[in-house]
Design a protein around this ligand. Structure first.
Ligand SMILES: NC(=O)c1ccc[n+]([C@@H]2O[C@H](COP(=O)([O-])OP(=O)(O)OC[C@H]3O[C@@H](n4cnc5c(N)ncnc54)[C@H](O)[C@@H]3O)[C@@H](O)[C@H]2O)c1
Length: 368
């Protein structure tokens, strides 16, 4: 399914937990080979599959998974709940997946997080293989081992670190992905350019809005994102670094999560909220005197050409947004912590920022 030139693999170097990220078509590729090898060895494995992906790629997946039991689950945030988590665990038990068995998570970030958490918890942990089918999942959620579900009081509040045994990236899945979902995933791609790969940002600027599923540069851009994420995860696997480290991947997310929480989950796609958050994080970096205002304009222009929002689409209360930020997981000792840009292409953690500065930024981007 994938275009030529995007095959091969790279490794997430985590000592005993190291694993490959394979690039290229699933059929006739590394996944098909691994499934065949495990089936021959008599392993009892199962698949959790996004229902939309089943609809668009069912025949190909049937050939790759060769009759393994498949549980279809709806994509979308509501599936990251206890009821669906229980259903996945029960399914594994019904299919008699044992400690030598494995779970293949085939879908977007929702299926990856949900099934990943089930793999972490069922029998106190079975093997997990990630097969991302959205752009967001390919560049971000399938790599790094964060799994989890939501509580009514907040997103991703219950979960576990559970590294996959392998990740298989086949960009052919993106052809059936709704355009809005593709654009939302692009927000994370822009984020990587901003926090760790200035040349990637320049490239995205040059390509403008033309980076669709068929673009010849897409596969190598996804691969660069994975390499950057792999390196950040290698250096700080469980986000323990006092400053910097894995938390840097949250550039724009403190603002973005607040938008999602206040607007109600579902009004903005995650990537859309992150896009507004990236603009705000850049403007904060300008306010702190770290970078030039011209770079903030470039960030806004790149996101705008992709078709992502750069300000609130409906006014939200600044006070409510600030309140949501006060419960951000990055905060330490009750102080707001942000990821800001030190220079274009390099991010750092900053805490102790005055709330009035953040309020002004919100008001200038459509809050009331
Ligand atoms: N674990 C991590 O490190 C991490 C990182 C970032 C985000 N996340 C999580 O990822 C989730 C968002 O992931 P997402 O944006 O992939 O959403 P998603 O999994 O809900 O997928 C978006 C939509 O696209 C559909 N879909 C998926 N693949 C498709 C395809 N190939 N063709 C057609 N339709 C397809 C899904 O059914 C769904 O409706 C959030 O819950 C977020 O918290 C996790």
């Amino acid at each position: 399914m994938s275009g030529a030139g995007d095959a091969g693999s790279l490794r997430v170097e985590l000592g005993a937990r190291a694993y490959p990220i394979h690039f290229g078509p699933l059929e006739g590729g590394a996944l098909a080979a691994d499934v065949a090898r495990r089936t021959e060895a008599g392993r009892r494995d199962a698949v959790v599959l996004d229902a939309a992906v089943a609809g668009a790629h069912g025949d190909m997946l049937e050939r790759v998974f060769q009759g393994l039991p498949v549980l279809e689950v709806l994509g979308g945030e509501p599936s990251k709940d206890f009821a669906t988590f229980e259903a996945v665990c029960d399914y594994l038990a019904t299919e008699r997946v044992d400690r030598s068995g494995a779970l293949y998570a085939v879908g977007g970030g929702v299926i990856g997080d949900l099934a990943g958490f089930a793999a972490a918890a069922y029998l106190r942990g079975v093997r997990l293989y990630q097969v991302p089918t959205t752009l967001l999942a390919m560049v971000d959620s399938s790599v790094g081992g964060k799994t989890g579900i939501n509580l009514r009081s907040g997103k991703n509040l219950v979960g576990a670190f559970h590294q996959p045994s392998a990740v298989y990236v086949d960009t052919g899945f993106l052809r059936s992905l709704p355009e809005r979902e593709f654009r939302a995933g692009m927000a994370e791609v822009v984020k990587y350019g901003m926090l760790g790969d200035a040349a990637l940002f320049d490239e995205l600027e040059a390509i403008g809005g033309g980076l669709g599923p068929e673009h010849p540069a897409l596969a190598s851009i996804i691969r660069r994102n994975c390499a950057l994420k792999a390196e950040i995860v290698r250096a700080d696997e469980t986000e323990q670094a006092a400053s910097g480290g894995r938390a840097l991947l949250n550039l724009g997310h403190t603002f973005g999560h607040a938008i999602e929480a206040v607007a109600g989950y579902g009004s903005y796609l995650h990537g859309e909220a992150v896009a507004v958050g990236l603009v705000l994080a850049t403007e904060l970096s300008v306010r702190l005197g770290l970078i030039e205002a011209a770079y903030a304009e470039r960030v806004e222009a790149v996101l705008g050409t992709i078709g992502l929002p750069t300000r609130l689409t409906k006014p939200l209360a600044a006070e409510a947004l600030l309140e949501a930020m006060r419960s951000d997981k990055k905060n330490r000792d009750g102080r707001l912590t942000f990821i800001v840009l030190e220079v274009p292409g390099r991010a750092v953690t900053r805490s102790g920022i005055e709330e009035s500065v953040i309020r002004d930024l919100w008001l200038a981007r459509g809050a009331r």
